[in-house]
Design a protein around this ligand. Structure first.
Ligand SMILES: Nc1nc2c(ncn2[C@@H]2O[C@H](COP(=O)(O)OP(=O)(O)OP(=O)(O)O)[C@@H](O)[C@H]2O)c(=O)[nH]1
Length: 508
């Protein structure tokens, strides 16, 4: 009987399961059933049969046999985004007992879990030993895919140099391996890493290689790989101050994202189906029939099992593509979340929480090195009347203008945060009181110089300032803030639009 579709395969495997008394044969058949249902996208059935693999009656089987069951379960769990469970399943195994191809597939699964969910089944150093082992055993594709996955993880952490070492050293191997998708994933990750490391010239050269490859294979490049590529090209052109090209690629990226998200589920299943059919066409299991005897079944299953190994490879390739999408997406989500926590949405200066963290760290550092550190609090004057007379939107606009004006007066090492409605704080590295006072005065003048009337608003914007210094406050954050706060109060009392305490002339 030729297994030409899922239904034939399903009927055939279920028949073996119900008829066979041989434990090893039954176990291998269960594995095939799990793979089959997973490929079909019928995860309920895949897991129902998969759980039977844990039956104690199979516990005495050789490790090499049981390894295939474990891998099938781990794969199905990971494909369902059940990373904790997939990691726990893989964590049970001693891969050193496994055949090399299974062992390297396991490595590959572990690196995927690490980069999708930051869960480490084995410590990173052990995974790197395993990668070396797989290179030595000529399991190159798994080793390279595993390393590209780890590199994407390192870029997201970020440990850019670590990723760059791998990407540089193995680049020629990855490009010459003969698997175009791997080559493009590798190049896109490499360009990404170089941009992240400010090596823009080299990044452009490598992007050239990438785009040549991509242009040649555009028709057949999976959407997920294209997404990685566009992402790298947007990042590069943005960094290289080529906004027009960055925008073009961003449009491609956006449309690729959309298509990816729309089609992700159905495309994954369709692709699995195609893989299964392709694999099954190769299966010449023609000696089997409804009345097949035990021997015929075993022969067929041996063939089916070798096809399973091929399927691992093929499924692995699909996974790396899907994972590429996931990593881009989860990276975007992480970046967005981080941004949301770090920056105030309206004014794009630091949020209160983040500013406080920065302040604490800077104070500790300054105390350790007995360095100066200045602190300024400022608050817009009569801001309520801006809202009341011109509307909340105009108030928002004014807050943004004031924050921008202040930002432009600062050095790179300084920090500014919005710590209340119309109240901002500035931290000045290595500035004594007099220098901090001078900076506060500069910011005051910058805000006063704003011209809301040019934007059609009839009001004047000013702010009052309080200054304090870490040395005077023995590096205590609370005292630093309360000193500046008291000074700010005095500035308001004294008529606003001024810096307090008064100009420290004796320090000039
Ligand atoms: N538009 C806008 N207004 C805000 C925002 N956050 C706080 N405010 C307003 O800021 C105003 C602060 O008013 P007050 O605390 O009375 O202070 P003030 O009017 O600036 O007076 P002084 O500080 O004494 O000069 C209130 O009207 C708040 O509604 C915001 O995000 N957008």
């Amino acid at each position: 009987m030729l297994l030409t579709n899922y239904d034939d395969a399903e009927r055939f495997y279920l028949q073996v399961l119900s008829q066979s008394e041989d434990l090893e044969l039954k176990y291998k058949t269960l594995v095939s059933v799990v793979n089959l249902y997973q490929l079909k996208g019928d995860f309920y059935q895949a897991f129902s049969y998969g759980l039977q693999l844990n039956d104690v009656k199979y516990s005495e089987l050789p490790e090499a046999v049981k390894s295939s069951g474990l891998m099938a379960m781990a794969l199905a769990l990971m494909d369902s985004a059940l990373y904790d469970e997939a990691a726990a399943t893989l964590g049970k195994a001693d891969f050193s007992e496994y055949p090399d191809n299974v062992r390297c597939t396991a490595l590959y699964l572990q690196t995927q879990i690490a980069y999708r969910s930051h869960i480490w089944v084995r410590p990173e150093s052990q995974l790197q030993d395993e990668i070396r082992y797989c290179y030595n055993k000529q399991q190159m594709l798994y080793a390279l895919l595993s390393e590209s996955a780890l590199s994407i993880y390192w870029l997201s952490v970020p440990q850019t140099n670590k990723a760059l070492d791998v990407l540089r050293n193995k680049q020629s191997l990855a490009l010459s391996f003969g698997y175009t998708n791997l080559a493009m994933i590798w190049q896109a990750t490499f360009v990404n890493a170089l941009v992240q490391n400010d090596e823009l010239k080299l990044a452009s050269e490598q992007a050239e290689v990438l785009t040549q490859l991509f242009n040649k294979h555009k028709e057949t490049t999976p959407l997920e790989v294209a997404t990685l590529i566009y992402h790298a090209l947007v990042k590069l052109n943005k960094a290289a101050q080529q906004p027009a090209r960055a925008l073009d690629y961003a449009e491609d990226l956006f449309s690729a994202y959309q298509k990816t998200y729309d089609k992700q589920q159905s495309a994954a299943l369709a692709y699995h189906a195609a893989l299964m059919q392709a694999a099954q066409r190769k299966q010449e299991i023609d000696t089997l029939s409804q009345q097949a005897n035990q021997l015929q079944l075993e022969t067929a299953l041996a063939k089916a099992e070798s096809e399973n190994q091929r399927l691992y490879l093929l499924v692995g390739s699909v996974l790396v593509l899907l994972l590429a999408v996931l990593v881009v997406r989860s990276h975007r989500v992480r970046v967005k979340l981080k941004e949301r926590v770090t920056y105030d949405k309206l004014t794009r200066v630091y949020s209160r929480d983040h500013f406080e963290e920065v302040l604490e760290a800077a104070l500790q550092q300054a105390e350790k090195q007995q360095q100066e550190l200045g602190f300024i609090l400022f608050d817009l004057d009569h801001f309520k009347s801006v809202n009341d007379n011109h509307g909340h939107q105009t108030g928002d606009w004014a807050l943004q203008q004031a924050a921008n004006a202040a930002k432009e007066c600062l050095r790179k090492s300084d920090a500014i945060g919005r710590i209340g409605g119309e109240e901002f704080a500035i931290l000045l590295q290595e500035c004594n009181f007099a220098q901090s006072w001078a900076l506060a005065e500069t910011v005051r003048q910058a805000i006063e110089a704003l011209e809301p009337e040019q934007a059609g608003y009839a009001f004047k914007l000013t702010a009052s300032f309080g200054v304090s210094s870490a040395k005077n406050c023995q590096y205590h954050a609370r005292k630093l803030i309360s000193d500046a706060d008291e000074a700010l109060y005095l500035a308001k009392q004294a008529g606003r639009n001024q810096v307090m305490p008064e100009e420290p002339r004796e320090l000039w």
